[in-house]
Design a protein around this ligand. Sequence first.
Ligand code: HPA
Ligand SMILES: [Zn+2]
Length: 338
Amino acid sequence: MLNEQLRHMLQAMPKAELHIHIEGSLEPELIFELAQRNGVSLPYASVEALRQAYAFTDLQSFLDIYYAGASVLLTEQDFYDMTMAYLRRAAADNVRHAEIFFDPQTHTTRGVPFRTVVDGIWRACQDGPISATLIMCFLRHLSEEEAIATLEEALPFRDKIIGVGLDSSEVGHPPEKFARVFERARNLGLHLVAHAGEEGPPAYIESALDVLNVERIDHGVRCLEDADLTARLVREQMALTVCPLSNIKLRVFDVMGDSNLRRLLDAGLAATVNSDDPAYFGGYVNDNYLAAFDALPLDVNHARQLARNSFAAAFLEPERKRAWLAEVDAFFDAARAA
Ligand code: HPA
Ligand SMILES: [Zn+2]
C-alpha cells in the first residue's frame, strides 16, 4: 500500500526502463501536431476524440489504433521529436537508462525508408538527457521472410542497434515462427528478447527460451500458470519486463488488484516494472510503479528489488551496471538512515 514516503521513493529512485515501444510514447497532441506538419488527415476531429478511442478490449484492439497513430510519422525529424519527448519524460521519472523498442516494419511497409526511422530515433538518443539504446522488434503477425529482410536492411546500422525483439499480435504467432531470423541475429552478436506470455500461453515463454534463445521475456506474466516453467525462470533468473498498466488496459487482468506482480516477486522471479506504451495505457514508468504499489501489498523492499532488477536485467557493460546498482543501494540506504 502506498504512503507519501513510499510514493516519493518510487518516484525518486534511480531506475532503468526495459520495455517501452517508442511508437507507443506518441501522445495524441504530438499525433495531431505531426499530422498537421505532414498534411496527413486523421479520422478523429480532435485530440480529445482520439483519446476517447483509447478503450481497448484486448491486444489486437490496441494494436489497430497504435498502428494508425504511427501513420503520422514520416520524416527523420518526426522520429527524433517523438523519441526526444519520451527521453525527457523518462528523465523526469528518474529513469537513468532506457532500452527502447522500435518497429521498423510499421514504417517501411508505408514507404518510409528504414534509414529515416533509425537515424531519427538514434540521433535523439545521442542528444537526449539519459542513456538509451535501441532494440529492433519484428512484427510477429508478418512472415519470417519479412523479418529476415528487415534484419538485412538493418545491417548497415548494426552499430546503432543492441538487440532484436518480437512484438505485435501474440496468439497464433508463436516464437518458433521466427527461429531462423533469431538465429541469424544471434550470430550477429545481437541481444535477443521476445514478448511471450502476455496473451499467449506459458508454452510460448518456453519456446522463446528454447527455440529463440532469448535473454529476457517481455511481459511473461502467464508463467505462473506453469509451476515447472516458473521454477526454471527462477533458477535461470530470467528477467520478466512486466507492464502493470498495460495488463489492465488490455484486459490481461481485470483490475490492478488482480495483477500478479507481487506473486512474481514472491516466487523469486526477476520481475521489472515498465510502461510498454505510455501514451496509450495511462502513464509513464512511475505511474506504473505507483498504480501497482497502490493496489498491491508491496513495500519499500519490493521497490528496492524492482529498481535493482531493472539494472541487473539491462544490456549494459558490467562496470556501468555495477555503478547503477550501487546507486540504487545508496539511495535506499540513505532513505533508511534518514
Ligand atoms: O504489449 C504489446 N504486446 C505486443 N505488441 C506490442 N506492440 C506494442 N505494445 C505491445
Ligand atoms: Zn510491449
